[in-house]
Design a binder for this molecule. Structure first.
Ligand code: FPP
Length: 258
């Protein structure tokens, strides 16, 4: 177990060229930005359009944001594309949302590859349609060797479910005698999350006026700076991202110290 952890640390250090996920980031540019892409439905309703039109406009906003994040030198961008709670929406809306990753990647994967972006996914594969998984898997495989910005889709993601599956796997390792209870640390848990390879987010952005976490990255956001902005996601653009990053740069991050 310890050997595995050491070699993982080594490859992560190489990948990020500096710090491990648990290490503090004191740079003025957030290394990892996480976004809750909220307000698509309200954006559409305001225009008398179906909610799906809002999701489509949200995809265009995502494209803009990826380009802007890349220009700003952000190392990891995680976007909340579908939560485990979103299954409760009407079937037609769920179907539309499930088709968005393939639509987006069909048009945008060539640009992502050209820009050295690496695609990842955080979430449960269970319940996702074959065509959604196929599109995401292809993007992951074909960008696996890229060394630029990481674009991480939180898809079929729920923070509590993520922690629960980590706990179950750790308990299983203990039951099988591969791990002692005293050996379990925060790092052990971190390494069983979907985001094991990634540093924790430094900055969380939520547009649309809502001020809550909605079960997003509950463990990983422990020390993140939070930024709420009063525009619906389809209207979000590079300037909004820039404003959030600048505000982040002015924050005094103490991580519980002085
Ligand atoms: C929340 O807004 C948004 C979603 C549940 C879907 C997010 C998807 C996108 C932004 C499209 C891009 C995604 C991919 C994978 C290419 P809401 O529908 O809850 O809005 P509301 O609160 O105004 O109803």
């Amino acid at each position: 177990m310890r050997l595995e952890v050491d070699s993982l640390s080594f490859s992560l250090k190489r990948f990020f060229n500096k710090k491990l996920p648990q290490e503090k980031n004191n740079s003025k540019i957030p290394r990892h930005v996480a976004i809750i892409m909220d307000g698509n439905g309200r954006w559409a309703a305001k225009r008398g359009l179906p909610r799906t039109a809002g999701h489509h406009a949200g995809m265009v906003a995502l494209r803009r944001t990826i380009r802007a994040a890349n220009k700003l030198g952000i190392a990891v961008l995680t976007v909340y594309a579908f939560s485990t709670e979103n299954w409760n929406r009407p079937q037609a809306e769920v179907d539309f949302l499930m088709r968005l990753p393939s639509e987006f990647l069909r048009t945008d994967l060539p640009e992502l590859r050209a820009k050295n972006v690496r695609v990842m996914m955080s979430g449960s594969r269970e319940g996702l349609p074959e065509y959604t998984l196929a599109a995401v898997d292809e993007a992951i495989a074909s960008t696996a060797g890229n060394t630029g910005m990481v674009l991480n889709f939180a898809l079929n993601y729920g923070g509590r479910a993520e922690i629960l599956q980590a706990v179950r796997r750790i308990a299983q390792a203990v039951a099988e005698g591969q791990l002692q209870v005293e050996e379990i640390t925060e790092q052990t848990l971190q390494q069983h999350l979907y985001t094991a390879e990634l540093p924790d987010p430094d900055l969380l952005i939520r547009p649309s006026g809502e001020v809550r976490l909605s079960n997003f990255l509950l463990w990983q956001l422990a020390y993140a700076e939070l930024w709420f902005v009063d525009v619906y996601w389809p209207d979000f653009n590079g300037e909004h991202l820039q404003a959030a990053v600048e505000a982040y740069g002015r924050r005094d991050r103490r991580f519980g110290g002085l």
